[in-house]
Design a protein around this ligand. Structure first.
Ligand SMILES: [Zn+2]
Ligand SMILES: [Zn+2]
Length: 332
């Protein structure tokens, strides 16, 4: 889950960020990306220098560049809270993740000013006129790469009004977390099994293509296989298969290849453990060759789901159809 935070000064974004941090969210702020750059350049850090440097970076590298720097650090398995999103392009960068939610924290102007005064942080405005001047500067700019807080705020998925006690804010964020947890996107079955097959393909030791298959019954994986030389034989990428080692054109001398195919290995692994494949579905990263097709049919597999199309597979498709095996291709 990724929660992006936006809001005007003194709205309480920091409180929301702290609340999430205490609940296991990893914290990043886009202004940290500017701070890192300021340190690198030896620039003194103040609100004005940070805004100027942020604007300069957006001008040079594009309006989403600060977000890109943070986006590159995100691990899909972790929860994040990302503070100080101040430009529509930054929002668009994080929207590439389906589990991103953009949250805007709001509070009335006077209240925000009072909070800043009480906070008394260096560089915070002490008088109302200064506060208003900063607000105006941050809200919008003629230059499209400068921060455009007003436009960013309009893109928020959820608005949180923070004009009461802290406990009230915490309760609101709790409710949001529960709702988000209940609606988090997750891969469908096809995507899930195909992604597992793709990871299995990374184990392939073949110098040519890397292919893998997983065989599934009742939505459970009962066998997996990736291509490479047979058990006990030198790995293909260590010189075990003279045909692969010769780097011949694709499709040539296939009969001399020592590498087993991913689908073949998945079927053989089931045999090794004495597992029946009748009625199972085979997910494969490449559509099967003729040899594997014959094995699929005779193993009793009833469905083949594939991602990429193997160039020599016309006859395989015909054979599978004739044998009554369902074939489906997943969009890449
Ligand atoms: Zn090989
Ligand atoms: Zn094959």
């Amino acid at each position: 889950m990724i929660i992006g935070l936006t809001g005007k000064n003194g709205s309480g974004k920091g409180e929301v960020a702290n609340f999430l941090k205490e609940r296991g969210f990893h914290y990043y702020s886009l202004s940290d990306a500017i701070r890192e750059e300021a340190k690198k350049r030896g620039v003194e850090i103040s609100r004005d220098t940070l805004i100027a440097l942020g604007n300069e970076l957006r001008e040079k590298e594009g309006p989403g560049c600060l977000a890109e720097r943070i986006f590159a650090k995100l691990d899909p398995e972790k929860h994040y809270v990302i503070d100080s999103i101040r430009h529509p392009s930054e929002v668009r960068v994080f929207r590439r993740r389906p589990n991103f939610t953009f949250l805007c924290v709001r509070a009335p102007e006077r209240l925000r000013f009072e909070r800043l005064r009480q906070r008394g942080r260096e560089n915070d405005p002490g008088v109302w006129e200064d506060f208003q001047a900063i607000e105006a500067k941050e809200a919008k700019s003629e230059n499209r790469t400068d921060q455009q807080l007003d436009q960013a705020l309009m893109l928020a998925d959820i608005q949180v009004d923070n004009n009461g006690p802290l406990k009230e804010l915490h309760d609101k964020v709790k409710q949001i977390l529960v709702k988000l947890a209940q609606s988090q996107p997750r891969p469908g079955w096809d995507e899930y099994f195909m992604n597992i097959a793709k990871v299995a393909a990374l184990r392939s030791n073949c110098m040519k293509r890397k292919v893998a298959a997983v065989i599934v019954k009742d939505k459970r994986i009962i066998s997996t296989g990736y291509n490479g030389t047979p058990r006990g034989i030198t790995n293909c990428n260590e010189g075990g298969c003279p045909r692969c080692l010769s780097i011949e054109t694709s499709g040539k001398d296939l009969g001399e290849c020592l590498c087993s195919h991913g689908e073949e290995n998945a079927i053989v692994q089931a045999a090794y453990h004495g597992v029946a494949l009748k009625g199972a579905t085979l997910y494969t990263t490449f559509s099967p060759c003729l040899m594997c097709t014959k094995m699929i049919i005779n193993a009793g597999i009833s469905e083949v789901v594939y991602q990429a199309t193997y160039p020599l597979s016309d006859i395989s498709f015909k054979l599978l159809q004739q044998a009554g095996v369902t074939i489906r291709q997943l969009a890449a």
